[in-house]
Structures are given as C-alpha cells and as structure tokens.
Design a protein around this ligand. Structure first.
Ligand code: C5P
Length: 313
C-alpha cells in the first residue's frame, strides 16, 4: 500500500503479566476493585504510523493488520479496535486534525491475560502525541486512556507499577530487576467478563485474602521468593480444568514461580526450570497442551517521557 515509504513512527508495544492480582471487592458499578503488580514483558507487537494527506471526505484514522500477524483473521480494523479508538480519542481531546494510518504487526496473542489490545491502545495514544509534537502531557494521556479500558494507563509507567481501582490507578515503581519469563499460551482464550463473573460476588461484597501492600513489599524485596497470588485462577480453572492441569504440570519443573496472568489463559513461569528438563520442556508442553511457548524477559521503558519501549535513550 505504501510502497517503500517508511512509516513516520514505528513503535513496539510490549505485553504485561500480573505478578500478583488480588480482587478486593465487587463495586456497585459492576467492576471489581483490584490491587495488582503489573510488569511489562518483552513479547511485543509493532505498530507503524503514517500521516496521510488532509481529506475531509475520508475518516480521520484508519488501520490495517499486517499479513504476518498472529490471529490476523480475528482482529477487527473498524472503530471497535482499541487502536482506532485511541487515535480518535486523541483527536477529540486535542482538536488535532492530522489523518493517521496504523499498520499493526500482531505478535501478542488475544484473550490471553497479556494486555495485548491495551498495550496497542496506549502505544497509539503515545504515537499520536509524538506525531503532533507532544502537545499533551503524559498525565493527560494517562487520564484519557482510562476511559478506553482498565489496564491501558499502566503502559505509561516504566514497566513496573502497582495498580488499583479497576486497574486504571497507577503507582509507577522503579523497574524491577529483569528476570527470565516464559509465557505458555494454550490454544483457547479466556473471556475477561466471564472470568470476573465466575467470582460470583454480589455488588459491595469483599473477597478476603492477603494484604496487597504486604505482597507488594515482598515482590520489591525479591521477585524470585515472593508469594504469587492470582484471585482469578479459581474461576478460570473452574471454566477450564485443562488450564489447571497445565499450571500444575509447569509448577513441577523447578521454576521460581508459575501462575496464570490476569484473567488468563496464559500461564507464566519466572526464572529457569531444573537443569534436567531445560532442553526438553518447551517442546513437551507445546505438544501435550497444544500451547505456544514464548521465552521472554521483563522489559522496561526508558526514563524519558518522549521515548517508548525498546527505544535507546
Ligand atoms: O475495562 P476492560 O474493558 O478491560 O474490562 C473488561 C470487562 O472485565 C469489564 O466489562 C468487566 O466485566 C470486567 N472487569 C471487572 N473489573 C475490573 C476490570 C474488568 O469486572 N477491574
């Protein structure tokens, strides 16, 4: 479509895992109050952005999905895609009339608990602001992003953040030390609303469990030795007993920790497995559970408001 024209901006959008995820209460508005330690991981989508000639008769923002994208057929390119919603929201908030086209190279699986769509959405907001010369502050982008979904604001941190509310209130943390992180994605996804519904809480009802601030303290001391908790594992395992079997088998391999991310269906493994299985476990798990295994690491964003992930300061 663009021949050899290079994109004006090409950015990487990492995915996330939840190192712990406590659900505290179901709110009267139907959302769940949560407390979670979010961490970015090096499995990334790429998004290319072009400015197009002004033309009032054409839509302000358009997108396409690259042919090499994972799950290409299932990715909408209409106004329901969070990338287009982000570009449109940016135009509405700032009055910018630049026409922007995005080509999405998808590598992060969907319905995986990895925040793939949310990372793309945050990246599109950042890109629109960069193309316009950074007229909006990062605080404004964070505020606007909360209206598009619960875990989009997080991506404006440096990659480690304690998130509360419905997930949109972020307390950025100094980046956690990088650690090996394997993502194991079974062939089925989990629907976030269905998993939350499975908690079966009534409006106003609390869910008891560990104090999240105590959990946060343990993780800041040592990611390898901290207690891993995800309150969405029980409802996800009820819906998908085979996911529990996958988690339980991974937990026998000697990693520092094994847990489901977000509302699933990805299970992540922190650290390295026992020496005896190191060269065989990925192929065995992939074949037994029809799973994709991604060997990744924690990643971080440079400490510069004008730079995005995987950019050199
Ligand atoms: O905000 P987001 O679009 O990511 O949420 C998807 C759905 O997940 C919500 O409509 C809601 O059913 C559920 N959810 C929730 N509590 C949260 C976040 C999401 O109940 N904190």
């Amino acid at each position: 479509m663009y021949g050899s024209t290079p994109p004006a901006v090409s950015l990487l959008a990492p995915c996330k895992i939840n190192l712990f995820l406590r659900i505290l209460r179901k709110r009267e508005d139907g959302f769940h109050e949560l407390a979670s330690l979010f961490q970015t991981v090096s499995l990334m989508d790429r998004l290319d952005f072009w400015e197009e000639e002004a033309d009032e008769s054409k839509p302000l923002c358009t997108m396409e999905v690259s042919p090499d994208s994972l799950g290409r057929e299932g990715i909408p390119t209409d106004a329901t895609n969070l990338v287009l919603r982000a570009l449109q929201l940016y135009a509405d908030k700032t009055g910018e009339r630049r026409r922007i086209h995005c080509r999405l190279h998808k590598a992060v699986p969907a319905q995986a608990g990895l925040g793939g769509g949310s990372g793309d959405c945050a990246t599109a907001l950042f890109a629109a602001n960069r193309l316009a010369g950074f007229p909006a502050t990062e605080a404004q982008l964070i505020e606007w992003s909360a209206s598009l979904g619960s875990d989009i604001s997080f991506f404006f941190s440096r990659g480690s953040a304690y998130c509360t509310g419905r997930g949109e209130l972020i307390e950025p943390l100094p980046p956690l030390a990088s650690s090996p992180c394997y993502l194991v994605k079974p062939p089925y996804g989990c629907s976030t609303p269905d998993i939350f519904k499975g908690l079966a809480l009534s409006p106003g009802q609390d869910l008891d469990g560990e104090d999240p601030l105590k959990l946060l303290g343990s993780f800041r001391e040592s990611v390898g030795d901290a207690p891993y908790v995800n309150d969405l594992e029980p409802p996800a395992f009820d819906l998908r007993p085979e996911l529990r079997a996958l988690r339980d088998e991974l937990a026998t391999l000697g990693f520092d920790a094994v847990m489901m991310s977000g509302s699933g269906s990805t299970v992540f493994c922190i650290g390295e497995p026992d020496e005896a299985v190191r060269s065989t476990w990925q192929a065995e798990i992939a074949s037994k559970y029809e799973a994709q295994v991604f060997a990744e690491r924690f990643c971080m964003r440079p400490a510069d408001e004008k730079l995005w992930y995987a950019e050199e300061p």
